[in-house]
Design a protein around this ligand. Structure first.
Ligand code: PMP
Length: 295
């Protein structure tokens, strides 16, 4: 993620990654109350474009507000800082990781002191490019009545680590987590879609992190006249689907080969012959989507 030359943003300063310091007494380290984002930038003719920068930083603001973590930078400021970060590190195709974490404090009320750290590095598709073998996790996503599951909170990712570790130990690539009612929710770091007879299905907001890639796929599908249905469904409804895939900033669009060993057809095209994955890549690459551009 970094080497001797990597520059990071830390509380208003540009520092070498190895020299930026946090405290062992930070509340986020002990209790997990911090918020973060995962963002990507893509190279274009003008330099690069941070994909849906505003949406990501607005979600960071939302997460911070929900968790009472003070964030004193505006979305616009954070976007400008991030373009400067990419520039200082000479990065174009990059993964960007902003974290707002709480300072030294052992109480269970919000820490007064908070910090902003932003780093970026080159990162290939997080789950690779091969279609994934997925298992239904024995871990459920956190109950939205016990946390803000729709916010991107540091502590929530212990659930994700459990699910992915379980899946890998059992020989799968990734887990698919159910919600507290037993309906399909999402992956450990990605949203879930399946396609049957040309219609895309994905769980509605409520028990998931409503991903920005997820909304992009929905937007693109609608432009292509592909029907998208947001509804609750069980694992049984997923078996027999033509295709399934995860969506997320880090994984981008990750095809799923099988669920609990049951294979999908996996032809990656709906009945009208649209390849959602290629459409998405094209849109992102050619920068037709909103976001800022270095000119
Ligand atoms: N669900 C979870 C639990 C995630 O961590 C992520 C990654 N942020 C997603 C879904 C996908 O969200 P996005 O498309 O905004 O990256």
């Amino acid at each position: 993620y970094y080497n001797d030359d990597t520059i990071v943003f830390h509380d208003g300063k540009w520092l070498k990654a190895g020299e930026a310091k946090a405290s062992l007494y930070d509340q986020t380290l002990h209790y997990g109350n911090g918020v973060f984002e995962g963002i990507r930038s893509y190279k274009n003719v003008n330099g690069c474009n941070i994909f849906k920068a505003k949406e990501h930083y607005d979600r960071l603001q939302y997460s911070a507000e929900k968790m009472h973590v003070n964030l004193s930078y505006s979305t616009e400021e954070l976007i400008n800082i991030t373009y400067e970060l990419l520039d200082r590190n000479n990065l174009r195709d990059a993964y960007i990781r902003p974290v707002v974490y709480s300072g030294p404090y052992m109480g269970l009320t919000p820490a007064e002191e908070t910090h902003v750290f932003i780093a970026a590095w080159e990162w290939a598709k997080y789950l690779g490019t091969n279609p994934l073998h997925v298992m239904v996790s024995s871990y459920q996503r956190p109950n939205p009545k016990s946390c803000h599951v729709e916010a991107k909170v540091v502590g929530h990712y212990t659930n994700s680590i459990l699910a992915t570790t379980e899946a890998k130990r059992l020989g799968y690539d990734e887990g698919l987590l159910l919600d507290m009612h037993g309906n399909v929710a999402e992956g450990s770091g990605a949203n879930f879609f399946f396609e049957k007879e040309g219609t895309l299905y994905t769980p509605p907001a409520g028990n998931i992190l409503p991903g920005i890639t997820r909304s992009t796929v929905i937007e693109l599908a609608r432009e292509l006249d592909i029907r998208v249905v947001e509804k609750h469904f069980t694992v049984d409804e997923v078996y027999g689907a033509d295709n399934a895939f995860f969506t997320g900033t880090a994984v981008e669009i990750a095809p799923i080969a099988s669920l609990n060993g049951e294979k999908f057809k996996g032809n990656w095209e709906d009945s009208a012959g649209h390849n959602i994955y290629l459409m998405y890549r094209q849109k992102v690459k050619f920068n037709e989507y909103q976001g800022l551009t270095i000119v």
